[in-house]
Ligand binder design. Structure first.
Ligand SMILES: *Cc1c(COP(=O)(O)O)cnc(C)c1O
Length: 402
């Protein structure tokens, strides 16, 4: 390449970064290396401790060329030094948390975050002797007030799944830095292109690459991005020892999806804005939360922090009873949109998320936290992941049920 990779545009990086121009075979599309083991050319030790940065491939749990190709692509899209890919978003999340937190350490989590991570933080980490706090990070002061001498990590998410509330990533990064703690953030809802988390001072960026990065709903994966020092530490413990590594086949599929991420994300945003505006005009819709709409309570922060507001919309239809009725109708009536969990795919997906269940089971919110949740979500939201279909067709589909 003529320029260093980090100086290239996002489309060029998405397509070329990590791919091997100098392969002996000369393939133009990346090869899929399924081999679990690699023939040694020299006498090496059997322990992963013997791996050096320039070691050849030995065994695919340690490193695999197809997975490395995707890791380099994702690091380049973040302008970050390194990336580790794992079998799912949760494998990446549990992998970095269990590597970086020790017995007696304190970690602060966003009180609303991906339900699996909230449950892991509430149930599993305390069993390991890790102390956890949960705060509403839409007010950075709450994070500041929760800092203790033993605080090692602050984990945020923006926008938060499922209610679309934002966190000021630069502000939380400053608080973390002054406390000597790491700041990790889950950027699954925006992909690396929706917000420059590393540029905003975040130490580790988490993605479920099952979502926007893969983008086609056919492969699960997770990624954690950051400095070489942190990522290699996590690779050693979470990848090699805990073992939840990404399969080369999934890496290949996800890299194929990632190549068109910049184009897709622009189209997701364009479609979502049209659908969100239409939803706002519907009498049966009582509230729409989308960071691209001026009605979003943190629109100023969205403008400042987000480069693309992606395709994730939350909307309310009144009370929970009405929500359940419409969810039932969606399952029977929708022709295009799938009533299903997950997000970020080319197909549009919608799912009803009722407030009472979530705030008691996954999030276990205090009164004050529950109030902030209800300010966004009321008695429940439909989480709509606007895909790449024509917005007019999605509107017609939704019009049948709203
Ligand atoms: C889906 C999701 C995860 C978990 O990812 P998996 O690939 O399903 O394990 C984590 N965070 C967010 C925000 C998600 O949407």
């Amino acid at each position: 390449m003529t320029k260093p990779i980090n100086r290239l545009g996002p489309m060029t990086k998405a397509i070329h970064a990590g791919e091997d121009r100098h392969s002996l075979i000369g393939e133009s599309a990346p090869a899929l290396h399924l081999s679990s083991t690699f023939i040694s050319k020299s006498v090496e030790g059997f322990s992963a401790h013997d791996i050096k940065p320039d070691s050849p491939y030995v065994y695919s749990r340690w490193a695999n060329p197809t997975v490395t190709m995707l890791e380099k692509k994702l690091a380049a899209l973040h302008n970050a030094e390194a990336c580790l890919c794992m079998a799912s978003g949760m494998a990446a999340a549990s992998g970095f948390l269990l590597t970086l937190l020790n017995k007696g350490d304190h970690a602060i989590f966003s009180d609303v975050c991906y339900a699996g991570i909230a449950e892991l933080a509430h149930d599993t980490l305390p069993r390991m002797g890790i102390n956890v706090s949960f705060v509403d990070m839409s007010h950075p002061k709450n994070v500041y007030n929760e800092i203790r001498p033993d605080t090692r990590l602050i984990h945020s998410e923006s926008p938060v799944n499922p209610i679309g509330r934002l966190t000021n990533l630069a502000e939380i990064s400053r608080i973390a830095k002054s406390a000597g703690a790491l700041h990790s953030t889950d950027s699954t809802f925006t992909s690396p292109l929706g917000q420059d988390a590393i540029g905003l001072g975040v130490d580790l960026v988490l993605h479920s690459i099952t979502k926007y990065i893969g983008g086609h709903g056919d492969a699960l994966g997770g990624a954690i991005v950051g400095s070489t020092e942190l990522i290699e530490k996590i690779r050693f413990e979470a990848g090699i020892h805990l073992g939840g590594i990404l399969s080369p086949f999934n890496a290949w599929l996800i890299a194929r999806g990632a190549a068109t991420l910049p184009l897709r994300l622009d189209a997701h945003q364009k479609g979502a804005l049209k659908v969100a505006q239409w939803l706002e005009s519907q009498p049966s819709v009582t509230k729409v939360i989308y960071p691209g709409l001026p009605s979003h309570p943190q629109y100023t922060l969205a403008k400042q922090q987000m480069k693309n507001t992606s395709g994730m919309i939350a909307f309310q239809v009144g009370n929970a009873k009405r929500g359940r009725e419409i969810a039932q109708k969606m399952m029977q009536t929708l022709n295009i949109i799938h009533y299903a969990v997950s997000l970020g795919h080319h197909r549009s997906l919608v799912f009803w998320m009722e407030t009472e269940g979530l705030i008691n089971t996954s999030f276990r919110l205090s009164e004050k936290q529950a109030k902030s949740y209800r300010d966004f979500a009321g008695q429940g939201v439909f989480r709509l992941s606007v895909g790449l279909e024509n917005a007019d067709d999605l509107i017609t589909d939704l019009g049948q049920v709203l």
